[in-house]
Every structure is written in structure tokens, then in C-alpha cells.
Design a protein around this ligand. Structure first.
Ligand SMILES: NC(=O)c1ccc[n+]([C@@H]2O[C@H](COP(=O)([O-])OP(=O)(O)OC[C@H]3O[C@@H](n4cnc5c(N)ncnc54)[C@H](OP(=O)(O)O)[C@@H]3O)[C@@H](O)[C@H]2O)c1
Length: 272
């Protein structure tokens, strides 16, 4: 039987590439995005159906879940991919930015998971693949605390949920990648700023330099991440956490080999 996948945030980047790859492998794809009217690429595939979803809108998530189930009969895998980043000193962040970071990256997956659970329970199985980041398991730079918070929270949510969904044959997985080429992530980052305070200028400049000038030595091939997602979806990989990409692997190797105090000082020294 043809397998079906539901993916959030498919207008650009990893979500779009994942939708295309699954479609090319013969899957039915429910590709969701905030502005379907703008989409011209995914519409070319007969086995991709597009549904409007802002992951922070519970009613819209529920409506798209029902529409996808009625289009494909059964959904096997859900990929929680939609995500955004807020950077810059916490002190400068607007209240709305703090809530938005949590709403999209944590409340979004919660909304999608809760919408799909009745369907997965009825079919006695299913899988949620959650796109986290190496920033969900370690820290890497100053001024990323809100993004770290959101992905650490996602990791805690999924690990905690494991115990109540395992007896129901519902599988939970995490993908932890780093920056990759060809997405809109950086363009969509909200930078918390305050031009009147200069105490953070040094670390802001160094963090921006790192992110804006990242080259192929730091950025991963997004296709590698997509194939890691597919390996999980098809049970070729049984890993609960899939750490993919150069930077995450080297940071985690360091983090696992020294005490946390030493790790924090090592990262801080890079930005001093
Ligand atoms: N790129 C990186 O450096 C990096 C590193 C590690 C992990 N990640 C994670 O990878 C995932 C995919 O990001 P990407 O790199 O492919 O960046 P991207 O090109 O910016 O893709 C993010 C997607 O999320 C969607 N989105 C944003 N807010 C949404 C909302 N409220 N409801 C529904 N969709 C929403 C965007 O849609 P719109 O077009 O409507 O804005 C876009 O399709 C994210 O979870 C991100 O945190 C990225």
C-alpha cells in the first residue's frame, strides 16, 4: 500500500526538499504551508496535495489533518519541520518575539501531534519525526538562547512523550542537523536589537559573522538531511536521535568528552 506523509513548513528549505523527495520515492505527500497560493513547484507533483497550515493555529492544524486523512485514507508519518529563529540578546527581545519562538517551534509540534493522535491510535501505529537541531542538544554561540530554549523544549517534549506513545505503537524520532544550504532560515531570523546599549556589541558581531558568513565547511548538504529523514521514516534507521552534519557532530563530540563547565568556557572563548 502507498505510504503517506504529512509535513509542516514546506514552502521553502528542508520542508520543501523533504516533500519532493518523499513524492519521488512514491509516497503520497500532504505538504502544508502558510501561503499555498504562492506555491508553484510542489503543485507539479500529482502525489503531493497542499493544505494551508500555520502551526500556531490549532483549528487550522485540525482542519488540515482531517483533510489529509480524507484525501489519503491513512497517514503513516508526520514530519514536524516548520521552525523559526530569534537571535540577539534576551534582554532586547520583544515580549511577542519570545512567545512567537515558543509558539512556532514547540506549541506548533504539540498542535500537530495532538491533532494526529486519534488517527494514529485508530490505526494502531504511526510515526512523528521532529526536526530539531544540534541546538536542541547543545549550545553553540551567544545570543541564541531563545532558539536553544525552543529546540531543547522540543527534545524534552518528544523524549517525555516516548513513554506514553510506545505502548500504542506510535514512534517518535528527532533529527538534529545544523545549518544547511538553500533555505530561508537566516533571512527569517528576528534579531533582538537595542541601538542604545552597546554592552553586547562584541558577541553580537561575532555571532552574526559566524551565521552570515557560514561557508561549505559549516553548512551541510540539505539532501543529506532529507535522506536521513527518509531513512527514519522507512525504518532503515532505528535511531531515536539522528545527529546529522559536520558542526553538530564536532560540538557533540566535544560536549560528551569534557565537563559542561569546560565546554561552556570553550564556546565562550571563541566569542571573547
Ligand atoms: N537552517 C538552519 O540553520 C537550521 C539548522 C538547524 C535546524 N533547522 C530547523 O530546520 C527546520 C526547517 O528550517 P529550514 O532550514 O528549512 O528554514 P526555512 O527555509 O526558513 O523553512 C522554515 C519553514 O517553516 C515555515 N514556517 C515558519 N513559521 C511557520 C508557522 N507559524 N506555521 C507554519 N509554517 C511556518 C516557513 O514558512 P513561510 O514560508 O510561511 O515562512 C518555512 O516553510 C526548522 O525547524 C529549523 O528550526 C534549521
Amino acid at each position: 500500500m502507498t505510504k503517506s506523509v504529512f509535513i509542516t513548513g514546506t514552502s521553502t528549505g528542508l520542508g520543501k526538499l523533504t516533500a519532493i523527495y518523499f513524492a519521488q520515492q512514491g509516497w503520497n505527500v500532504a505538504a502544508t504551508m502558510r501561503s499555498p497560493e504562492k506555491e508553484t513547484e510542489l503543485t507539479q507533483y500529482s502525489n503531493i496535495k497542499i493544505f494551508p497550515v500555520d502551526v500556531t493555529n490549532v483549528d487550522q492544524v485540525k482542519a488540515a489533518t482531517e483533510a489529509a486523512i480524507s484525501a489519503f485514507g491513512q497517514l503513516d508519518v508526520v514530519v514536524n519541520n516548520a521552525g523559526i529563529g530569534a537571535y540577539g540578546p534576551l534582554e532586547f527581545a520583544d515580549e511577542t518575539t519570545i512567545d512567537w519562538q515558543f509558539a512556532v517551534n514547540v506549541r506548533g509540534p504539540i498542535n500537530v501531534i495532538r491533532a494526529f493522535l486519534p488517527h494514529f491510535r485508530a490505526h494502531k501505529g504511526g510515526m512523528f519525526i521532529n526536526i530539531s537541531s544540534f541546538m536542541g542538544v547543545t549550545t553553540a554561540a551567544p545570543t541564541g538562547s531563545l532558539y536553544n530554549m525552543s529546540k531543547f523544549a522540543l527534545e524534552g517534549l518528544i523524549e517525555g512523550l516516548y513513554y506514553e506513545l510506545k505502548p500504542l505503537n506510535i514512534d517518535l524520532r528527532l533529527i538534529e542537523q545544523g545549518g544547511s544550504a538553500g533555505n530561508n532560515f537566516l533571512a527569517n531570523v528576528i534579531w533582538n536589537e537595542n541601538p542604545e546599549i552597546h554592552d553586547y556589541d562584541g558577541i553580537i558581531r561575532k555571532t552574526k559573522d559566524l551565521m552570515e558568513n557560514a561557508g561549505p565547511d559549516i553548512l551541510d548538504d540539505p539532501q543529506q538531511i532529507v535522506e536521513a529523514i527518509y531513512a527514519v521514516a522507512t525504518h532503515q534507521s532505528t535511531q531515536f536521535r539522528t545527529l546529522v552534519g559536520t558542526m553538530g557532530k564536532s560540538l557533540m563530540a566535544l560536549r560528551n568528552s569534557v565537563p559542561i563547565e569546560e565546554y561552556l568556557e570553550h564556546i565562550a572563548a571563541n566569542f571573547a
